[in-house]
Structure formats: C-alpha cells, structure tokens
Design a protein around this ligand. Structure first.
Ligand SMILES: Cc1cc2nc3c(=O)[nH]c(=O)nc-3n(C[C@H](O)[C@H](O)[C@H](O)COP(=O)(O)OP(=O)(O)OC[C@H]3O[C@@H](n4cnc5c(N)ncnc54)[C@H](O)[C@@H]3O)c2cc1C
Ligand code: SF4
Length: 327
C-alpha cells in the first residue's frame, strides 16, 4: 500500500505547532511509528503532518523541585525504561516501558506517542468502516473478538487501550501538561482518556490543535510498592493481552492506599476501584487478596471469544499481589 499525499512541516516552537495544527486535517508527528502506519493503511487521513521532533525542550527526564519527575513527551520509551530515577522511584513505569514492542520501536517511539497511539482493533486498522471510523456498526461484537475488552465498552466499541505505560502512569497518579493555542493546562491522566459512551470517535480529550508536552510525577511516599505485569499471546503479538499496574502503600502490615489498573482490559486504562476498596485498611494476606481479585473481576463482561481473559486477569492479579505481600 502506498503512502497518501500530505504536506509536511517541521516546526520550531509550540506556538508554531499549534498554529499549524489549527488547520483542517493536520496531525502531530512525534516518532511516527504509529502515525505513519495509520496513514499508510488509510485508517484516517492527514492533509498536513506536523513534526514536533525539533522541540528539544520536550525531551528528557528531569527531577522537579518537589522531588518528583518531569518527563518531556518526546522522551523515547528506551530512555524511560533505562532512566535511573524512573527505575529507582517509579519501577512499574520502567518495567512497562521495557515491555513495549521491540528495541527498535522503543528507540524510535516517544512516550507522548505511546499515550496517544490509536487502538489496535483489527477491523479498525483494516478496511472496515466501523463505528470508530464513523461507520454504522461494530464488527468485533459478533466477529473475531478474542483480543477485545471485557470492561468499559458501553455495548458500543470493544477496543482495548494499547499503551503499556499509561496504566502505570494512572497507578502513579501522573498529571499531564497539554499545550494549545491559549496556553498550557494540567490534567490528571485519568481524565485524559475517553470511553466509547463519551465519544466513540475519540480516544483522548485532546483537541486537534493541542499537544501533550509533559508528564508530571509527584514524589512517591516512602515505602510505596509498585509493579507492572504483562501477558502476551505470543511473541508476534506485542500488545498486552492482559496486564496489571499496582501501587500499594502499606502501614503496619495493612494496606493504607492501593491503585489497581488493568491493561488489555478496557478502552481506557482500567482502574479497579472495588479491588482498591477491598484492599484498603486490610492486611495483605491470602484472604484479602482473594477478596480483592474477586471484586476486581465481578463486573467483567466478556464477549464470545475472550472469556479466557477472566481467569488470566485473576491469575496475574493474584500473583502480583502475592509477590508484593512477600516483598
Ligand atoms: C509492531 C508494533 C508493536 C507495538 N507494541 C506495543 C506494545 O507492546 N505496547 C505499547 O504500549 N505500544 C506498542 N506499540 C505502539 C508504540 O509504542 C507506539 O507506536 C509508539 O509509542 C508511538 O510513539 P511515536 O512517537 O512513534 O508516535 P507517533 O506515531 O508519532 O504518534 C502516535 C499518535 O500520537 C499522536 N501524538 C504523538 N505525540 C503526540 C503529542 N506529544 N501530543 C499529541 N499527540 C501526539 C500522533 O498524532 C499519532 O496519532 C507497538 C507499535 C508497533 C508498530
Ligand atoms: S471494537 Fe471499536 S474499533 Fe473495533 S470494530 Fe468495533 S467499533 Fe470499530
């Protein structure tokens, strides 16, 4: 398949970027690993591709004066996986980054692109004019839905959110900075993603002329334990079939605070609030873990070909909580 025609601009400032992005059919280009595939496969069109790769102030990981981290969205996934501060203080993020795709894609792909990438539903990526593309129906509902979601579809669209780093960032309660024509604004990452019931055509709240510029991580409380676990179907399918990001704060052997976030489960990184509530205030023993796992999965709604995901999520959540309990 050949690449359709579009104009290409490489901008030098955020102001220039938002001006170009305000024209009809303009798209942000960071590392291009997802965008160019979508354009080549006619998943959507672009009249103008706006490369932000020259914005060097969006690169790198810096410590904030509060002791947290500021990650520029052009930082590559490899840099995040290898960064000592990320590895020491946000190990679930480093692990999630190290599990993204292949070394070549991690070297080229940026964290901003990873958070904004398009879903991998094969009907959407193929020649099907499904609901997410503005068409009349969802082809996955009665079709090949073995890799689709078990939570959050709203009976409308069954994609799973594709990013590994996003669930880890939700577990760490990261904040995003977004730049637009009127300046910048901050948004908790949980408010960044959009469910099909809110808008089936969108994955995030970003407007076409807005750019994700920074990820801000607060200093983590002493003793916070965290992990990311990912299961793939086979080496050729790199995206999470099932995954879980956890952050747990223990106080005198009881769970003081918990964040449990699934990947490969829902159209957005999926927080399991019932499981978090079950864990909070209780000792992290076998009984609490069983109750939390049951609470996590009690509202799952599998499709015809993906009910295997329920025991899979059950197993990885139980194992990860068990491993944290022993650590
Ligand atoms: C074969 C393959 C396997 C993969 N496996 C995994 C996997 O296992 N786990 C995983 O998490 N990901 C996986 N990915 C996705 C990969 O991580 C993303 O393609 C990559 O992170 C995107 O980064 P990029 O800089 O290349 O983004 P681009 O391709 O440049 O952009 C991706 C999208 O985000 C938008 N965008 C990019 N940056 C910004 C920004 N700063 N502000 C606003 N919008 C922006 C673009 O307009 C575009 O729509 C895989 C991809 C491929 C091709
Ligand atoms: S799951 Fe969503 S993206 Fe896939 S075919 Fe259905 S509507 Fe389209």
């Amino acid at each position: 398949m050949s690449m359709p025609n579009f104009s290409y601009v490489r901008i030098r400032s955020l102001k220039e970027a938002t001006e170009h992005l305000s024209s009809d059919g303009a798209r942000v280009h960071a590392g291009g690993t997802d965008l160019l595939g979508c354009l080549r496969d006619n998943v959507f069109e672009a009249k103008k591709v706006v490369s932000i790769s020259g914005l060097n102030n969006l690169r790198g990981v810096q410590e904030t004066k509060e002791g947290g981290l500021r990650i520029g969205t052009l930082t590559t996934i490899t840099e995040i996986a290898d960064n000592k501060k990320v590895r020491d203080h946000y190990p679930a993020l480093a692990k999630a980054a190290s599990e993204v795709a292949s070394p070549q894609l991690r070297n080229q792909g940026t964290i901003g692109g990873n958070l904004c990438q398009k879903p991998r539903c094969w009907y959407y990526r193929g020649e099907f004019n499904c609901l997410r593309k503005g068409g009349p129906t969802c082809y996955a509902y009665q079709g090949e839905n073995q890799f689709h979601c078990i939570f959050g579809s709203g009976g409308i669209c069954y994609i799973t959110h594709p990013s590994d780093t996003a669930p880890a960032l939700v577990a760490y309660e990261a904040t995003l900075r977004i730049a637009g024509p009127g300046g910048t604004k901050l948004l908790p990452i949980e408010k960044f993603y959009v469910l099909p019931t809110q808008d089936v055509r969108k994955e995030t709240v970003l407007k076409p002329n807005e750019i994700l510029t920074e990820i801000l991580l607060s200093p983590q409380p002493k003793g916070l334990l965290s992990s990311y676990r990912k299961v793939r179907a086979r080496q050729s399918w790199d995206f999470a079939l099932a995954g879980v990001a956890l952050t747990l704060k223990l106080k005198e052997d009881r769970v003081e605070k918990a964040r449990v976030v699934f990947s490969g489960a829902a159209p957005i990184p999926w927080r399991l609030k019932e499981a978090e509530q079950t864990l909070t205030g209780n000792p992290l023993n076998a009984g609490t873990i069983t109750q939390a796992v049951n609470a996590a999965l009690k509202n799952a709604e599998p499709l015809e070909k993906n009910s295997y995901k329920i025991p899979l999520f059950h197993g990885i959540l139980e194992e990860e909580l068990g491993a944290i309990a022993k650590s």
